[in-house]
Design a protein around this ligand. Structure first.
Ligand code: KG4
Ligand code: ZN
Length: 345
C-alpha cells in the first residue's frame, strides 16, 4: 500500500489530504476562502495567494496529525501545478517541493483538471478506462475521452464562458452573492423553468463545443426587463410581476441542462465504446444536472458515475489520488518543475 500527501491551492480552496492506493482517505482538511472574497463578489488572485501562504503549512501539519502520521510514512507528495491562479499554485507547489526535498520523497506535479478527471476512480474502484467525462467547473467546461493516466482526448470545450462561470455570473445578476452556483440551484427549486424562454446556445449544432455567454447575457436582460411588483387599484392589493428571480434561475438552469445533454449526446455518438458516462468538477455538485445526466446515461445503457459531492468541488484528495495513479506508473517530477497558469489536458 502506498500513501500520497496531496496539496491543492489553485483557486480559493486551501486543501491537504492523505490518500492510500487502496482508496482510503486517511485524513483531509479544506479551508474555503469564501469569506475572504465575498466582499469583492469574486476571487481576488493576490488575496487568495496570501491566504494560501498563511494557511497551507499549518494545515498540512494538522492533516498529518489527524492521520497520526509523520512525513516519513508518506510515499510521495503531489501538488497542483496548474492550471489556475498562479500565485496560489506557486504557494502549493513550492511547499510540496520543500517537503519533498526535506523528506527525500518524490514530488508529483498534478494538472488540476486531471485531478478532477480521475477523482471518480477514487470513489469507484470499478471504473475502468476508457470513459467519457463531462468536466464542468468554474474555469472549464469540456468533454473528454479519458483513456488512461495522462491520456485524454478533448472532444469539446467552451468557446466562451465555463458553465460554473455562467452560474456564478447569473447568480450575481440575481443578487445571490458569491459563490453563486449552489445559491442559484437552491433558488431554481422555487421557480418555473418554463416561464421565460432563454436561449440554448449551439443545441443541435454540427460542431461539438459549448457556449454559455449568450445564455448568461439573456439572464441579465430578463432581470433588467423584469416588471416591478406594483400597487393595485384596490387598497392593499399588489400586482405581482409576470415572473420572479426564481423563474429566471429555473429557466437558466433548464437551458444549461439542455445544452449539456445535447452536447454530451453528440459526443457519445462520436466516440467508440466507453465504460461509463462520468461527470466531475464543481458544477457536478448540482443535483438537477446529475439527474439529467443519469437519464442520458441510462438511454445509452451506460453506468453513470459522479463522485460524492465533497469530491466534486476543489479538494486535495483528488490531487493525492492523481498522484497515486502516476506513482503506480513510476512517474515523478524534478524539483524545478514549473507552475503553469495555463495547462490544457
Ligand atoms: O471545481 P471547482 O470547485 O473550482 C474550479 O476548478 O473552478 O468549481 C467551482 C464552480 C463554481 O463556479 C461554483 O459556482 C460551481 O462550481 N458550483 C455549482 C454548484 N456547486 C458549485 N454550480 C451549480 N450548482 C451547484 N450546486
Ligand atoms: Zn476545480
Amino acid at each position: 500500500m502506498r500513501i500520497v500527501l496531496g496539496i491543492e491551492s489553485s483557486c480559493d480552496e486551501t486543501a491537504a489530504a492523505l490518500v492510500t492506493s487502496e482508496r482510503v482517505i486517511l485524513a483531509q482538511r479544506i479551508a474555503s476562502q469564501d469569506d475572504v472574497h465575498r466582499p469583492y463578489g469574486g476571487v481576488v488572485p493576490e488575496i487568495a495567494a496570501r491566504a494560501h501562504a498563511e494557511r497551507l503549512a499549518p494545515m498540512i501539519e494538522a492533516t498529518l496529525a489527524d492521520a497520526g502520521m509523520t512525513l516519513d510514512q508518506v510515499d510521495a507528495i503531489a501538488a497542483t501545478a496548474g492550471p489556475g491562479l498562479i500565485g496560489g499554485v506557486m504557494v502549493g507547489l513550492v511547499t510540496a517541493k520543500a517537503l519533498a526535498m526535506a523528506s527525500d520523497k518524490p514530488l508529483i506535479a498534478i494538472n488540476h483538471l486531471e485531478g478532477h478527471a480521475l477523482s471518480p476512480r477514487l470513489a469507484d474502484e470499478n471504473l475502468a478506462y476508457p470513459y467519457l467525462l463531462l468536466l464542468v467547473s468554474g474555469g472549464h467546461c469540456q468533454i473528454l475521452l479519458v483513456e488512461g493516466v495522462g491520456k485524454f482526448r478533448r472532444l469539446a470545450t467552451t468557446i466562451d464562458d465555463a458553465l460554473g462561470e455562467a452560474f456564478d455570473k447569473s447568480a450575481k445578476v440575481l443578487g445571490l452573492g458569491y459563490p453563486g452556483g449552489p445559491a442559484l440551484e437552491r433558488l431554481a427549486l422555487q421557480g418555473d423553468p418554463k416561464k421565460i424562454p432563454l436561449p440554448r446556445p449551439l443545441v443541435g449544432s454540427g460542431e461539438p463545443h459549448f457556449s454559455f455567454a449568450g445564455l448568461k447575457s439573456a439572464v441579465l436582460r430578463a432581470k433588467q426587463a423584469m416588471p416591478q411588483r406594483v400597487q393595485g387599484c384596490v387598497a392593499g392589493s399588489v400586482i405581482e410581476p409576470a415572473y420572479t428571480d426564481a423563474d429566471i434561475a429555473a429557466s437558466f438552469q433548464q437551458s444549461a441542462i439542455a445544452c449539456l445533454l445535447d452536447r454530451t449526446r453528440r459526443a457519445l455518438s462520436a466516440v467508440g465504446p466507453v465504460n461509463a458516462l462520468v461527470v466531475a468538477g464543481g458544477v457536478a455538485a448540482n443535483t438537477a444536472i446529475r439527474t439529467a445526466l443519469e437519464g442520458l446515461a441510462a438511454d445509452h445503457d451506460l453506468p453513470f458515475i459522479a463522485p460524492p459531492l465533497a469530491l466534486c468541488t476543489d479538494n486535495a484528495a483528488m490531487i493525492a489520488w492523481a498522484g497515486l495513479e502516476r506513482l503506480e506508473q513510476g512517474q515523478s517530477d524534478p524539483l524545478d518543475v514549473a507552475a503553469r497558469p495555463r495547462w490544457p489536458l
